[in-house]
Design a binder for this molecule. Structure first.
Ligand SMILES: [Zn+2]
Length: 333
């Protein structure tokens, strides 16, 4: 009985909210955070994702990776996102999801895979080069210079050094920042949230907050840079940085499925409330679950604290400005 009463109260509350809500934005979307990866990059191919799971208690016995998988594989998950079964399916299902929702994206990854996805999804992708100094030590500045000259990429993202304990102000990154700044190349750096229980999978992972970027932005005031995952959960840090560095942008990738939905809205609304709705860009962080693209767009559209204009800014306009797209929506020559 009590539950019944609560359900009625909730439905009245929701109806009231819905009528006050701005319309959903349904125009073209720019996604700053999609990975061209393999179907087995998050567990066995076909491994589903459980959006918004916050309960990862573990007694330390057995394997964390297996425990994480158990959470996802139905023990607790009610609405899993399907994983693609093969590399080709992953590519083609991602392209289909992008076409269905009028999305173009900055496609992050290694050279050959990005090129393959680009030819399969003509007009949908801008190529971006991922960077990790620990995993790909042969990816030197000289190699990037050549690749940039050859038109292989237009941005450097995702920079995932944090997974291997190399922080943004590490001296080894200095020549890369200088190269990007000198050539006006946008860069996206992972700061904040990684894999749940990530220390058990990436033993060198080191927590860093957005303030770690201060020396980089001081040394490279013209760097076109965005903090991926908006530096979650360090809202105070990222607000301080956005305030002082007007060129700095963030994407809100992964948060829509990597945090409980109420937490996603608490964090996003905090940045918007602080006045930064012009600095936030959409990102699905699609890796092996093509449904993440629609889920991410829906998460922005369901926000009752965003005006229609703010939804449009986050889902499209802010990224268009950051990427300096022309009136036709193309990158400048
Ligand atoms: Zn990331």
């Amino acid at each position: 009985m009590r539950i019944h009463t609560l359900a009625i109260a909730l439905s009245i509350g929701l109806a009231a909210t819905a009528s006050a809500q701005s319309p959903a934005y349904e125009g073209p979307v720019i996604d700053m955070h999609v990975h061209a990866t393999t179907a087995d990059s998050n567990g066995p191919p076909g491994m589903p994702l459980c959006p918004g799971v916050g309960d990862f208690a573990w007694d330390g016995q057995g394997s964390w990776a297996q425990h994480l998988g158990m959470n996802v594989l139905g023990r607790k998950c009610e609405n899993p996102l399907a994983g693609s079964p093969t590399d080709e399916a992953l590519r083609d299902e991602t392209i289909a999801a992008m076409r269905a929702h009028n999305v173009r994206c900055l496609l992050s990854g290694q050279k050959d895979r990005v090129a393959d996805w680009m030819s399969a999804g003509e007009g949908l992708f801008w190529p971006s080069r991922s960077l990790n100094l620990a995993i790909f030590p042969d990816q030197t500045v000289e190699v990037l210079e050549q690749g940039f000259e050859d038109g292989e990429f237009v941005a450097i993202a995702e920079i995932t050094n944090q997974y291997d304990g190399i922080l943004v102000d590490d001296p080894r990154m200095e020549p890369f920042w200088a190269f990007a700044e000198a050539n006006g190349i946008p860069v996206g750096v992972h700061i904040g949230k990684g894999t749940p229980g990530g220390s058990k999978i990436f033993p060198e992972y080191t927590v860093q907050a957005p303030l770690q970027l201060s020396p980089v932005l001081k040394a490279h005031p013209d760097l076109r840079i965005y903090v991926m995952h908006a530096g979650y959960p360090f809202a105070e840090d990222i607000k301080a940085m956005l305030w002082i560095y007007p060129q700095l942008m963030v994407d809100i990738a992964v948060l829509q499925f990597g945090t409980p939905r109420a937490e996603y809205h608490a964090f996003l609304s905090e940045l918007v409330r602080a006045g930064f709705s012009d600095r936030i860009m959409f990102g699905a962080d699609q890796m092996t679950w093509p449904g993440a693209i629609k889920l991410g767009i829906d998460a922005v559209n369901e926000a009752d604290y965003l005006t229609y204009e703010q939804k449009k800014d986050i889902l499209h306009d802010n990224a268009a400005r950051f990427l300096r797209l022309d009136a036709e929506g193309n990158l400048p020559d």
